[in-house]
Design a protein around this ligand. Structure first.
Ligand code: ATP
Length: 243
């Protein structure tokens, strides 16, 4: 069940910083607030720096929040313990408490461990929040109680990628795909305003399937551009955004 799986620490395929395209500011913030405490544990002690208690990653779906959390675990040589909050709270009364206790027992046993609480808004959604963008998109839709000092004390925004970031994401995806040498990723990056990392991955996958259908041995520019008519952007860009 979900509750069982939510108490399993993982050492899955390691995600490194370089596996994540763009998101330089988010990576730097996480390196400083979550990785240094492991990498420089002695210096933290010597200087009397108090580690951050927790980090809130927020932003639209598919922009790389889970990847970032996994990279924090890899770069800190820590285990990764993903917890789906909706799974955690869906059981009968009393079950969630047991599951939480199991999660912490697992975390202690697998220490050091990054605990990744996904879809926090399932329990911490603010009563005042309104609007149709979805609770994950804005930190103000998260109840302020969770952002008090001593709880999640660092906010890191993970937004829609800019054209330059989309180029960087496509370069990461290229490493795992057989692309024709003439594919111009700059052009694809410019044509994919509003596409998240997850969307770009879906585009390349669709291009792969289209190539398969045409019995091509590599994915070419034409297949990728055709794939764009099947896979749209999940973010509707506004004019004022530098995308
Ligand atoms: P959600 O809020 O829906 O959980 P998320 O922000 O956690 O989404 P991820 O699960 O990290 O998004 O991303 C989904 C997939 O999209 C990743 O497994 C990866 O393949 C691809 N992806 C997203 N962002 C990037 C990126 N910046 N660089 C490379 N790949 C990316």
């Amino acid at each position: 069940s979900g509750l069982q799986s939510s108490a399993m620490a993982e050492k899955p395929d390691p995600v490194h910083w370089h596996d994540i395209g763009g998101l330089v500011a988010a990576k730097n913030a996480l390196e400083e607030s979550a990785v240094w405490v492991y990498k420089h544990a002695d210096a933290y002690k010597r200087l009397g720096i108090r580690p951050s208690k927790g980090v809130l990653l927020y932003g639209p779906p598919g922009t790389g929040k889970t990847l970032l959390a996994k990279a924090v675990a890899t770069e800190s040589s820590a285990n990764f313990l993903p917890v789906s909050i909706p799974d955690l709270v869906k059981g009968h009364v009393g079950e969630s408490e047991k599951a939480v206790s199991r999660i912490f027992q697992t975390a202690i046993r697998c220490s050091p461990c990054v605990i990744f609480l996904d879809e926090l808004e399932a329990i911490f959604s603010s009563r005042e929040s309104s609007g149709d963008l979805g609770a994950t998109n804005h930190p103000e839709s998260i109840d302020s109680s969770i952002l008090r000092p001593g709880r999640l004390d660092r906010l890191v925004y993970v937004g829609a990628p800019t054209a330059e970031e989309r180029f960087q994401i496509l370069q990461v995806l290229k490493l795992r795909t057989k692309l024709d040498a003439h594919v111009d990723l700059q052009t694809i990056a410019l044509k994919t305003k509003g596409y998240t990392g997850a969307d770009l991955q879906a585009v390349i996958r669709k291009a792969g399937l289209l190539s398969l259908k045409k019995q091509l041995s590599e994915i070419n520019q034409e297949s990728i551009e055709l794939a764009l008519s099947f896979v749209g952007p999940s973010i509707i860009p506004t004019d004022d955004e530098a995308m």
